[in-house]
Every structure is written in C-alpha cells, then in structure tokens.
Design a binder for this molecule. Sequence first.
Ligand SMILES: [Zn+2]
Length: 244
Amino acid sequence: MEISKFIRIALTRTSSLFYFKKRSKVIFYHDIDSGKKYTDMSTSIELFKKHINILRERGYEIVDEIKQPFGQIEICFDDGFLGLYDNIDLIIELNIPIHLFVVFSYLEKENHINKEQLLLLNRLRLIKISSHTETHQVLNLASESLLKNELKNSKNLLEGLLENSVDSICYPEGKFNNRVVELAKKVGYIKQYSSLPGFYFNEFLPNVKRRSLVQFAGEKEFKAILKGGDHVLFFWYKFKHYKK
Ligand SMILES: [Zn+2]
C-alpha cells in the first residue's frame, strides 16, 4: 500500500509551513538522466539542475559532510546507476560533492557503473564512495550469516578496490532493524544512512542518519521537503522500513 502522490505532496507542503529554520539535511536520488534512462527511479537532468538552483538561491551549502546544524545539505546517490557517470561533467561544473552508495555485485551489472569507472570517480575530490551492501539483500529479512556477509564483504571488497577506507552504508530498500544496526557498527561502519525522513542531527538511533528522497520532487515539493515538510511522513516510513 502506498500513500497516493497527491496526499503525500499535500501533507508535505502543509506541514512545511510549521518549519522556519534551515536545518541541515541529507537528500537522496538514484540516477540522473540526460537522454538515456537506466532506471525508472532516474531524475531528469533539468529537474536535478532545478534542485541545485533552489539550494543555492536559498543559501544552502552543499557539503561532503554535514558539520553544522543549519544550512548544510549532503547529496547521496544509491545503487550506482550509469547516468551519474554519464553526467559527471555536470557534477564537476556545478562543483557539488556527491556521496555515492554502490552495491558491489552491481559493478558487473548492466546499466550500472563498472569497476573501472568507479575508480575514475573515486579519484575526483567531489565523489565519496560508500557501501550499499554486496548484493542488495533486504537486511532485516537476512539470516545472521547472510547479513554478516553483506555488511563485511562489501566493505572489504570496496576498500580493496578503492584502496581507501569505507565507513558508511545505506540499507537496501531502506529496510533495517536493531540487529542490522548493531552488526554494521561492529563491522566498522561509522555512519548508517536510512531512508527515514528527518534532519541530520536528529538521529533515529546513534549513528543512524535520516534522509529525504527527492528524486521526483517538483519545485514546490522540493522546497517543502527542504524545510522538513516530509517529516510528517516519518511514522509511515518507519512502519514500512524498521522493525525492532
Ligand atoms: Zn538500493
């Protein structure tokens, strides 16, 4: 069951009227499309540019790591689709840091960034690469050994490939539970990114960050999400994504 788009946007916009401060937030996408669409979750290049313009007009600083409670935005991309690589010149031109979460086994998969391309991206100052597990298993349903493998292997394999440390993870389909959080921490992930909407410093659990999905948000919805309007949907997302 999904909340209808109309209701979701109406709720988000109405609730945004109750927020007045520009509190720092993580927003996320799946891909950018400038003619070739590698996934249905892709954001058109026009809409993506519009979002960046809005962020700049409103005086937000787009950063690789949020350090201030107000005025900073971190941008994530999940899954490692090829459109981000195709449009890397735009990222460089806009000079925006991107936190890219890749699924290690997808580096061999059609429509996804491959290992060679990932190494090129990794050399760019603007791109930080983190784990989105090894095979995109839904972690709260995984057995103990599968969960361990997904968390550990992806970290080790990525670190081996990139020759740098990998200290963040985001959950496939946003789904997780306390077992996932504890084990990820034990494996060495310092930050875990959920898909629960919220402000950066308002952690869901220690080191579990909130993020807002903005890939299809039109101008008005995007502005409302920045203010925190989508937090009204928090309990709905929590219900869908998190079981203790
Ligand atoms: Zn994913």
